[in-house]
Design a protein around this ligand. Structure first.
Ligand code: MN3
Length: 202
């Protein structure tokens, strides 16, 4: 049985970058919905329900046809959002501080922090419709910026997510309306760089 993770901060903790109403709906309704639908899909397959979610998402071959798209969409939704919440932290918190080690890694990979952020934002803007923009460690061990559609995850590409930002409209519409670029431009103020560093094994 999959369950909604409890946030380590309050719904209003990310304001003004992400407002309380958005967080409440996003975590309490959207994410809860993915969890409920994933559990419903796995009800008939207890042996799959007991597997760690990344095992299912990295290899859809193990998932029967009749629930494959439900697992892709809702399992992916649960996985992506569970990660996303840990990749956010209040403005000016300790977690929002970039360590010299991580800054060095990003600079080596993308030229500079400014360049990294520009490329990440541009990729997020270029993802048509709903999806995610990611910093991943690819299968060759290098850092790369990619996007996925809908609730697809980097796992099926053999990549390890280090940072993911939700660019579905439900993630920003209440506060930013159609202005995804404004949302992406401000998201840096609430990124939990400690989580990113940990996932990068720094
Ligand atoms: Mn979302």
């Amino acid at each position: 049985m999959h369950t909604l993770p409890i946030l380590t901060y309050n719904y209003d903790a990310l304001a003004p970058v992400i407002d309380e109403a958005t967080m409440k709906l996003h975590h309490g309704k959207h994410h809860q919905g993915y969890v409920d639908k994933l559990n419903a899909a796995l009800e008939k397959y207890p042996e799959l329900a007991d597997l760690p979610l990344p095992d299912l998402l990295a290899d859809f071959e193990v998932v029967p046809d009749e629930i494959r798209s439900a697992v892709r969409n809702n399992g992916g939704g649960h996985y992506n959002h569970s990660l996303f919440w840990t990749m956010l932290a209040p403005v000016s918190s300790k977690e929002n501080e970039l360590s010299p080690e991580l800054e060095k890694l990003l600079t080596e990979s993308f030229g500079s922090m400014t360049e990294f952020k520009q490329q990440f934002e541009a990729a997020g803007m270029a993802r048509f419709g709903s999806g995610w923009v990611w910093l991943v460690r690819n299968q060759f061990g290098g850092l790369e910026i990619i996007t996925t559609a809908n609730q697809d995850t980097p796992l099926e590409l053999g990549a390890i997510p280090l940072l993911g930002v939700d660019v579905w409209e439900h993630a920003y519409y209440l506060n930013y309306q159609n202005k995804r670029a404004d949302y992406l431009g401000k998201i840096w103020q609430v990124i939990n760089w400690q989580t990113v560093a940990k996932l990068a094994k720094l």
